[in-house]
Design a protein around this ligand. Structure first.
Ligand SMILES: Cc1cc2nc3c(=O)[nH]c(=O)nc-3n(C[C@H](O)[C@H](O)[C@H](O)COP(=O)(O)O)c2cc1C
Length: 337
């Protein structure tokens, strides 16, 4: 018997796939999703995901080993597809028999899905269109995350509510689809589950949990912020396509525009090729996020946060956040009879 029978019934497929009690993932957050938060999420009945970000294979190796010391529950690893050492990072996941690998940041390069499945792990992917999602499922992907523009970090152009209405009726009957972006309370989880989602993924709500190692000043900035403070970066030069990033507005927001102008200037003088220019932008974000999360420089660093930041008011243990979400979902489903 469970405390949340209606929610668990709707989460059954997702929870079985993840090997968890609840089908709630904490999406990987660079610098934030390290062993402490990941283990706390998994120990709390959810599914933690290590953010590999720009880590080297050796660092990832140590992070997975460290996480295993803190939990014996399942957790995943998020790899960025444009990482130059992707093949070696996949091999590190294989060495540790990681059960689930999330491929983020672009279309998985040829051979990557096969390499992950080769050591028996499940592959979770992102896709911006239904056609691409179907193609990825045909090529062996086991589950999909649809992530709306309300989310924190790098985002696409479409809102979660619209993605859910497009993707879930088309895919959820035959495939596992998890919904992410802007989820702050359990009532929203109940809604997406009823629409056919296998589960949900949250980031912003977990970023400031007690177990998160984010700097106290980073957490304070979240507690003070409202939904409207989590704004998207703008593209200042048409020649340099940058993926929008949602973060709390600060001096770093303007610094990013300066950085873009600098990189675009180097494109003009052919000092940089387009691929290298885009990589410089991504390295900039990784560095800026580190400044805020690790060093606590909340003025100049990047405070990546989703619009649900307005619902993050205080530090709470992960287990309480998860049980609160489950209780809200259950109450909403019960009210419907
Ligand atoms: C601070 C921060 C860092 C993030 N870093 C990553 C990342 O490295 N890789 C990734 O795939 N998603 C990243 N995300 C997105 C989350 O995994 C998750 O999908 C998103 O936060 C869900 O939306 P929400 O913020 O509205 O809950 C990040 C989000 C935040 C808030």
């Amino acid at each position: 018997m469970t405390d949340f029978p209606k929610t668990h019934e709707l989460m059954r497929r997702g929870a079985e796939f993840l090997g968890t009690e609840h089908a709630i993932l904490c999406g990987a957050m660079s610098w934030v999703s390290e062993r402490n938060l990941v283990a706390a999420i998994s120990n709390g009945g959810g599914f933690g995901v290590i953010a590999c970000g720009a880590m080297t294979p050796d660092l990832l190796d140590a992070e997975i080993a460290g996480t295993k010391e803190l939990t014996d529950k399942p957790f995943g690893v998020n790899l960025i597809t444009m990482h130059p050492d992707l093949t070696d990072l996949i091999a590190v996941c294989g060495k540790h028999k990681v059960g689930h690998v999330v491929l983020a940041g672009g279309i998985p390069p040829k051979g990557s899905v096969e390499a992950i499945k080769g050591f028996g792990a499940k592959v979770i992917v992102f896709a911006p269109t239904i056609a691409l999602a179907k193609k990825l499922f045909r090529s062996g992907a086991d589950a999909l995350v649809i992530e709306g523009m309300e989310a924190g970090g790098h985002i696409g152009p479409v809102s979660t509510s619209v993605l859910a209405q497009e993707f879930l009726p088309a895919l959820a009957e035959d495939h596992l689809v998890f919904v992410a972006g802007g989820i702050g309370r359990g009532e929203a989880i109940a809604g997406y589950l009823e629409m056919g989602a296998a589960g949900v993924q949250l980031g912003t709500r977990f970023a400031c949990a007690t177990e998160s190692i984010a700097h106290p000043d980073f957490k304070k900035a979240f507690f003070r912020a409202n939904a409207r403070d989590a704004i998207t970066s703008v593209q200042v030069d048409a020649r340099l396509p940058v993926i929008p990033v949602r973060a709390l507005k600060n001096k770093g927001t303007e610094a990013f525009n300066v950085k873009q102008r600098d990189v675009a200037g180097k494109l003009d003088t052919e000092e940089l090729a387009m691929g290298e220019a885009q990589l410089q932008i991504e390295r900039y974000w990784a560095g800026a996020l580190r400044r805020a999360v690790v060093d606590g420089d909340v003025e100049n660093g990047s405070l990546m946060a989703g619009q649900s930041v307005g619902m993050v008011k205080q530090e709470e243990p992960v287990a309480e956040i998860i049980s609160g979400l489950m209780a809200e979902s259950e109450a909403a489903l019960t009210k419907r009879g």
